[in-house]
Each structure stands twice: as structure tokens, then as C-alpha cells.
Design a binder for this molecule. Structure first.
Ligand SMILES: O=C(O)C1=C[C@@H](OP(=O)(O)O)[C@@H](O)[C@H](O)C1
Ligand SMILES: C=C(OP(=O)(O)O)C(=O)O
Length: 429
């Protein structure tokens, strides 16, 4: 475990930055390239540990994936180009790799075993295993298939109509990937809108999909064609700089080329509702995913309630939103966010514990937290607990701490943003 002394000793954050590529879209670009026929070029791919795990798994599945300068090139040979792997598929820390890949493997006529790190071993897989079994996949694993290691024998799949018990883009995407290989039409019904990158990518790779309100349907036996994917900057990474600019004095940060898909922009809605000084400019020439520039300046913030359908639109930003709320006047209440308990860590406990360590006033609840602002943060020793988003949030927290902060396990940030601390340092004045 590595320890970082965060003693930036700076008072403002200023400048322009392009954050790395979107993690969700980078995973999908590799997977869709792998199951399509022909060449796929992925530009602005995120070279973070999670997306590298996806590349490594699909290479083991026999797909030719190469890096040319900063681009990834995939030579797909369609569904049948995937072959039985000779060794286990290691997803590392990545929930997205695990759940989406299971949807692909479910219909492939071979055996494979999926493993991951200690965090993945605690994350529930029944949410995909149970519906995949209904479609005909043969899956075994620890605790009846709920946890890795998971063994899967792919089989011919039958389509289903499935109402998601939780609003999860990973479950939806897994079942759409299985549905593309099934006989007949598969329909997924969402309780609330979740990120729709898979739906967009099916269309981008020449497939057919129908979307009516909260019902998404795909026909089976679809063959996709390789293409070029321009990955926008990750709004989930941009969020750390947005919050840093809002809570530090004399600050202004301009974030260029950020993905602004409306299923991901809950953080912007929250900043606006809290009274932040923020402006958005859409790029006119963006491709199939909306992209734009976000500018955030020092802000006077007030506490709000964050709940309901907004939650899936900012689920990964809740740790940094909790820090934001510590600097708002009044109380912020986060509700309906029980999904936070099954991320890389239990993020309700992790946020409450680590930020309280620095002097924040946060009460964890069953489905979220109550943050009482505005608090002055002091220094102390905290830990990412092995969770990249907790590590980056604590890095931003250290910027407004009165004394120095020691961050344990800081290298967890490699999962989604390997150069996070260097990029942050470069903007500090
Ligand atoms: O589909 C995706 O790329 C993701 C979906 C979300 O997970 P859930 O589907 O479990 O909510 C999110 O938390 C994760 O970081 C990425
Ligand atoms: C939850 C996350 O990712 P995953 O589910 O892919 O591990 C995340 O990036 O915050």
C-alpha cells in the first residue's frame, strides 16, 4: 500500500483541462469492436486499469487488439471470432467488465471462468446471473453464482422480457448483449433512466434497437460492423475538478471535450441547484455522443435534496458531491442511493468515515447520507480504501484542509484516472 502526503499548499485552481476518455464508453468500444466484423478504431481510449482489464480479457478470448500510438485498433471477426480462453478471465477491479462480458459469454459456445480482485469478489452478480440463466446460460459460481469466481458455459439463448429490479446500466447492457445473440426479441424495462451508451453503440456499430419510453428492445441474431469510436472525456472524472473550482477561492476551471450525455449530467444539475457558478457550451460538431465545455468558478453554495430519478444520473459522483455539500450552507440529503453500498467499497460508509476523519459532519443512512454544512476541514490521515473515487475525492478535500492530509492507498486512482494527481497539481495556483 502506498501513502501520499497531500500538502498542496495552494489556494486556488485555475486553467483549462481535457480529462481522459470516458470509462463506460471505453469498455463498450472494446467489447463492441470485439463482437463486430472488421476494423474498429478507438480514439481517446481511457488507459486506466479497468479498461485495460477489458482489453486483456478480450485478447484471451482470441481477439486481435493492438495499440497504435494513442489509439486502440480491434480486428473483430464477429461473434464467432471469440474463442474458448485457455486461462481465467481476470476483470481486476472492474464491475462493468464483469457484468457486460457475462452477457457476451452467455451466448458463446464455450466454457470460461471469470475472476477479479477482493472488491469484485464482494459485488453481487445475481443481478445478471439470474436473468441470464432465464435466457438459457449455464452459470456456476461462489454462493450459487452470486460472486466470483464464476464459471460460465455459453449456450443458445432465448429472448426475454425483463423488468430490472434495480436501475443499473450494467445489468441492462449485459442483457442487451445477450439479447443480440438470442432467438427473438429481448425487451428490458428500466425503473429509471440509466446511462444509454450501450444503446447508442449498438446503433453506431450498425445494429438495430428500439427505445420506447423506458422499454428497450433488440432483435436477436444481429451481426455488427466495426467502426470508429471517438471517446469523449469522462464527466465522472471532470466532476472532481468541477467541485474543486466551486469550493476553492479565486478559482475558474474550464473542462473541454467532456461527454454531456443527459443520462450522465446529474452532477451539473446538482451544481446548478446548489447555486454554483457554472456554464456549459455544447460542441456543434460532436458525433453520436454529445460533447461540450464546462466552466466552473468559485461559488456560494446551499444544501439541497438529491434523490429519485436523479440518482442513476450521478451515481459515481456521489462521493465528490458529498464533499461539495460539506461546503454548502445548510443540509444536503442524499436518498434512494442504496446502490452505493455495492460499488468498489460501500461508498456510504467510506465517504462518511473518511470525510468525518477530516472534520466533516456526515450521518450515513440506509439509502444515502445527511451532510450538514458548512464545515471547516482540518488535516488527518485518510484512506482511499482501495476505491478510486474515494481516493480522488479525498485528494480534492485536501485542497481545502487547514493542515496536511496523508492519503493511504492513493494508487487506487489508476482504475479510472492514472494521472489524476499530476493533472490536479498542474492547475493549482
Ligand atoms: O454501465 C456502466 O458503465 C456503469 C454503470 C454504473 O453501474 P451500475 O449499473 O451497477 O449502476 C456505474 O456505477 C459504473 O461506474 C459504470
Ligand atoms: C462503480 C464503478 O465502476 P465499476 O462498477 O465498473 O467497477 C465506478 O467507476 O465508480
Amino acid at each position: 500500500m502506498e501513502v501520499k502526503q497531500l500538502n498542496f499548499n495552494r489556494h486556488s485552481i485555475q486553467g483549462t483541462i481535457k480529462v481522459p476518455g470516458d470509462k463506460s464508453i471505453s469498455h463498450r468500444a472494446i467489447m463492441f469492436g470485439a463482437i463486430s466484423s472488421g476494423k474498429t478504431i478507438v480514439r481517446n481510449f481511457l488507459f486506466g486499469a479497468d479498461c485495460l482489464s477489458t482489453i486483456s480479457c478480450f485478447r484471451k478470448l482470441g481477439v486481435n487488439i493492438i495499440q497504435e500510438d494513442n489509439e486502440i485498433v480491434i480486428y473483430g471477426e464477429g461473434w464467432s471470432g471469440l474463442k474458448e480462453p485457455a486461462s481465467v478471465l481476470d476483470v481486476g477491479n472492474s464491475g462493468t467488465t464483469t457484468r457486460l462480458m457475462l452477457g457476451i459469454l452467455a451466448g458463446r459456445p464455450f466454457h470460461s471462468v471469470v475472476i477479479g480482485d477482493d472488491s469484485i469478489a464482494k459485488r453481487p452478480m445475481n443481478r445478471v446471473v439470474l436473468p441470464l440463466r432465464q435466457m438459457g446460460a449455464k452459470i456456476n459460481g461462489r454462493e450459487n453464482g452470486n460472486y466470483t469466481p464464476i464459471a460460465i458455459q455459453g449456450s443458445p439463448l432465448t429472448s426475454i422480457t425483463y423488468e430490472l429490479p434495480v436501475a443499473s446500466a450494467q445489468v441492462k447492457s449485459c442483457l442487451l448483449l445477450a439479447g443480440l445473440q438470442a432467438n427473438g426479441e429481448t425487451t428490458i424495462i428500466e425503473p429509471a433512466a440509466t446511462r444509454d451508451h450501450t444503446e447508442k453503440m449498438i446503433q453506431h456499430f450498425g445494429g438495430e434497437i428500439s427505445i420506447r419510453n423506458n422499454q428497450i428492445s433488440v432483435q436477436g441474431n444481429q451481426q455488427l460492423t466495426g467502426t470508429v469510436v471517438d471517446v469523449p472525456g469522462d464527466i465522472s472524472s471532470a466532476a472532481f475538478f468541477m467541485v474543486a473550482a466551486a469550493i476553492m477561492e479565486n478559482s475558474e476551471v474550464k473542462l473541454e471535450n467532456v461527454g454531456l450525455n443527459p443520462t450522465r449530467t446529474g452532477i451539473i444539475d446538482v451544481l446548478i441547484k446548489m447555486g454554483a457558478d457554472i456554464s456549459i457550451e455544447m460542441n456543434k460538431d460532436a458525433s453520436y455522443e454529445p460533447v461540450g465545455t464546462i466552466t466552473v468558478r468559485t461559488s456560494i453554495l446551499k444544501g439541497i435534496e438529491i434523490s429519485g430519478d436523479l440518482i442513476p444520473r450521478l451515481i459515481d459522483e456521489l462521493p465528490i458531491i458529498a464533499l461539495l455539500a460539506t461546503q454548502a450552507e445548510g443540509t444536503t440529503i442524499i436518498k434512494n442511493a442504496e446502490e452505493l453500498k455495492v460499488k468498489e467499497t460501500n461508498r456510504i460508509d467510506a465517504v462518511a468515515r473518511e470525510l468525518s476523519q477530516l472534520g466533516a459532519n456526515i450521518v450515513p443512512t440506509e439509502d444515502g447520507m445527511i451532510i450538514i454544512g458548512k464545515t471547516t476541514l482540518h488535516g488527518g490521515t485518510v484512506s482511499s480504501l482501495g476505491d478510486h473515487r474515494i481516493g480522488m475525492m479525498l485528494g480534492v478535500a485536501s485542497l481545502i484542509c487547514k493542515e496536511k492530509v496523508i492519503l493511504e492507498d492513493y494508487e487506487a486512482v489508476e482504475v479510472s484516472y492514472p494521472n489524476f494527481f499530476e493533472d490536479l497539481q498542474a492547475l493549482l495556483k
